[in-house]
Design a protein around this ligand. Structure first.
Ligand code: HEC
Length: 137
């Protein structure tokens, strides 16, 4: 029984994610647009379990309707405009803990660092979600 010697956590991979991107992130004039940048991510990675299909909906959470996406989840906000670290949505997509992370491991898909950063910036910039882009179904 020497199996435990094999557990070497690849910390280097983890550390790589921390190097601050030198791009123009967060500058004025570099605003993240919900319709063209954020919604496509939610559509591809989240609607499957947090969309209009009631039979597949998880955690009673819809991310395709503005009113629901900004709702309180029972003492904590899903989206806190201006504060990604207080937004459950961002906490979940960026969590280092597999059991917290969205999409869940079983979904077999993962957001890229860039997509996670897009969501973070969008929330930090106020999480603008045009009214008419709410329920499109
Ligand atoms: C394969 C199904 C599935 C997909 C895809 C999925 N989720 Fe989830 N989500 C769940 C399940 C199941 C739960 C409840 C268990 C939990 O809290 O981890 C949940 C819970 C959540 C919660 C917590 C809700 C609460 O009340 O605290 C948030 C926020 C969330 N998901 C966001 C997302 C986002 C954002 C995406 C896309 C990037 C996503 N999820 C994709 C299945 C999914």
């Amino acid at each position: 029984m020497r199996a435990c010697r094999l557990f070497t956590v690849p910390l280097a991979l983890f550390a790589a994610g921390w190097s601050g991107a030198p791009g123009a992130h967060g500058q004025d004039g570099d605003r993240v647009d919900y319709v063209t940048q954020v919604r496509p991510i939610l559509e591809s990675f989240c609607y499957e379990c947090h969309g209009e299909d009631r039979t597949r909906r998880e955690a009673d959470l819809r991310l395709d309707i503005k009113e629901n996406a900004f709702a309180d989840l029972g003492g904590y906000p899903n989206i806190a405009p201006g504060d990604p670290d207080d937004s459950e949505l961002y906490i979940r997509v960026s969590s280092e803990f597999a059991e917290m992370r969205m999409p869940p491991y079983e979904a077999g898909t993962q957001l890229t660092d860039e997509q996670i950063e897009t969501i973070r910036l969008w929330i930090e910039q106020g999480a603008e979600w045009p009214e008419e882009e709410g329920a499109d179904n």
